[in-house]
Design a protein around this ligand. Structure first.
Ligand SMILES: Cc1ncc(C[n+]2csc(CCOP(=O)(O)OP(=O)(O)O)c2C)c(N)n1
Ligand SMILES: [Mg+2]
Length: 397
C-alpha cells in the first residue's frame, strides 16, 4: 500500500469513527521530497514529535484565519511598496505563514520571541494592529515604532523584533533566555533565524553558552532554501541545520504544514521545560517573494520553481484542504473567513492612511530611557533635545 493510500485509508477510518470534529493525522501530508517521506528527522534524540495532531474546530479555524490574515496584510504591503508609498526595506513572509502562526499557537503569554528581518507576521500575531504595521512602513506616527523603524524594527511586550543584521539577534535571544533562567519566570526564549545565518560563528557561540548554562532557548531555523542570493546547498557544507551542532539535539520538519510546525514546537517546549536544555528545530519552508521587495528573487531560482511550490505545497491551501477533507469546515465557512479578513485588511489600511508622517523633529526621540542633553542631527546641522513620546513611553521613562 502506498503512503498516499495509507493516508487515505486513515482519513476514511477517522471519518467512519466519527472523528469529524477532530482533525487526526498521521504522516505528513505535505512532506518535502528531501525528507524521504519521513515526518521528522531527528538528531541526538530517540523519539521525536508526535506524528498525529488533534485540532478542535474553533482552534483550526483560528489558525487558518491567522495565516490568511498575515498573507493578506503582506500582500497589501507589497501593493503599497509597488506604488512607492512604502520606501526602504520591506521583507514579506508570504509562503512562510505556517511557521509563525504554528509556533505562536504553542507559545504561552510569558514566552518571548526574537526574529530577523521578516517580522510583520509576528508583530500582528503578538502585539501590534495591522494598521500599526502598515503605518510603520509608511513612516507614520501611529506606526509600531512611530514610523522610525520600518519593516525590520517592530517591537512589543515579549517581542524583541525585527532585527536587520544577519545572525546578530541569536546571541540576544540567548541573553533573553538567560533572563528567563535568572528570574526563574518559567518562560522560553524562542529564537528564529534563517538558513543564511545558520553558519555564523556567533550563532555557534550562542549555542555553546545556551547549552553550558542550560538556558530555556528554542532555536528555530526557518530554512527557505536560499539566503539573500545563494542557495543554501551552495553556501553550507552541511545544509541540514538541525544537525550542525554536536551538543544540541535537533529536529527537522515541514514548515509548510502547520500541524508538523505545532508538534515540533510543542516537542521543543517540553524538552526545554523538562530541563533537558536547548534544542534546534529546523522548519523547511519557502518564501514566494525575494529576500526583500528590492530583490526580485529570480536570479538564484527560476520562476517555475516558485510557481510549482505555490501550486503544490502552499501552506494555506494545504490547511484549507485539511479543513475540508476532515470536515472541520465547509468551503463556505472558509470563504466567509477570507471575506472577513479581506475587509479587515482594507479597513486597517484606510485607518493607517488617516495618519500623517512622523515629523523630522522626532528623529531623536525615544533613543534612550532618559537622556538630558540635546542630540546632534548631522544632516540637519542642528541639535534637538531628546524626549520620550513613543507608545511604550511608560516603559522608556
Ligand atoms: C552581518 C550581515 N551580513 C550581510 C547582510 C546582508 N544580508 C541581508 S539578508 C542576508 C541573507 C539572509 O538569508 P536568510 O537568513 O536565509 O534570509 P531569507 O531567506 O529569509 O531572506 C544577507 C547576506 C546583513 N544584513 N548582515
Ligand atoms: Mg533563507
Amino acid at each position: 500500500m502506498s503512503i498516499l493510500n495509507k493516508m487515505f485509508a486513515l482519513k476514511q477510518f477517522c471519518r467512519n469513527k466519527g472523528y469529524s470534529t477532530v482533525l487526526k493525522r498521521c504522516l505528513t501530508l505535505n512532506v518535502d521530497t528531501a525528507f524521504d517521506n519521513k515526518v521528522y528527522r531527528l538528531h541526538q534524540i530517540e523519539t521525536g514529535p508526535s506524528i498525529t495532531s488533534e485540532l478542535e474546530k474553533a482552534e483550526a479555524l483560528k489558525l487558518f484565519k491567522q495565516m490568511d490574515m498575515v498573507r493578506r496584510t503582506e500582500n497589501a504591503l507589497a501593493g503599497l511598496y509597488r506604488e512607492k508609498k512604502i520606501r526602504g526595506f520591506c521583507h514579506l513572509v508570504v509562503g512562510q505563514e505556517a511557521v509563525c502562526v504554528g509556533i505562536n499557537s504553542i507559545m504561552r503569554p510569558q514566552d518571548t520571541i526574537i526574529t530577523s528581518y521578516r517580522c510583520h507576521g509576528w508583530a500582528v500575531l503578538r502585539c501590534e494592529s495591522i494598521s500599526g504595521v502598515i503605518a510603520e512602513l509608511l513612516g507614520f506616527q501611529s506606526g509600531a515604532a512611530r514610523g522610525k523603524g520600518g519593516s525590520m524594527h517592530i517591537y512589543g511586550p515579549q517581542f524583541f523584533g525585527g532585527n536587520g543584521i544577519v545572525g546578530a539577534h541569536v546571541p540576544l535571544g540567548v541573553g533573553i533566555g538567560l533572563k528567563h533562567k535568572y528570574t526563574n519566570d518559567g518562560a522560553v526564549s524562542v529564537v528564529l533565524y534563517g538558513d543564511g545565518a545558520a553558519n555564523q560563528g556567533q550563532v555557534f557561540e550562542a549555542f555553546n553558552i545556551a547549552k553550558l548554562l542550560m538556558l530555556p532557548v528554542l532555536f528555530i531555523v526557518e530554512n527557505n532554501y536560499y539566503g539573500l542570493g545563494t542557495a543554501s546547498h551552495r553556501s553550507s557544507a552541511n545544509p541540514e541545520y538541525y544537525r550542525t551542532c554536536s551538543f544540541l539535539p535537533g529536529i527537522r520538519c515541514s514548515g509548510m504544514d502547520i500541524l508538523t510546525v505545532r508538534e515540533s514546537t510543542r516537542y521543543g517546549f517540553k524538552h526545554i521545560l523538562d530541563g533537558k536544555g536547548p534544542i534546534i528545530v529546523e522548519m523547511m519552508t519557502y518564501r514566494y517573494f525575494g529576500h526583500s521587495m528590492s530583490d526580485p528573487g529570480t536570479s538564484y531560482r527560476d520562476r517555475d520553481e516558485i510557481s510549482s511550490v505555490r501550486e503544490r505545497k502552499d501552506a494555506i491551501q494545504h490547511m484549507k484542504n485539511m479543513l475540508v477533507e476532515s470536515k472541520l469546515a465547509t468551503p463556505e465557512e472558509i470563504k466567509a473567513i477570507e471575506t472577513e479578513n479581506k475587509k479587515l485588511v482594507t479597513a486597517e489600511t484606510e485607518k493607517a492612511f488617516k495618519d500623517k508622517e512622523t515629523p523630522v523633529e522626532e528623529l531623536t526621540a525615544d533613543c534612550y530611557k532618559s537622556f538630558p542633553f540635546p542630540m546632534r542631527v548631522p544632516k540637519m546641522h542642528t541639535w534637538i533635545p531628546h524626549k520620550n513620546i513613543g507608545k511604550y513611553g511608560s516603559v522608556s521613562k
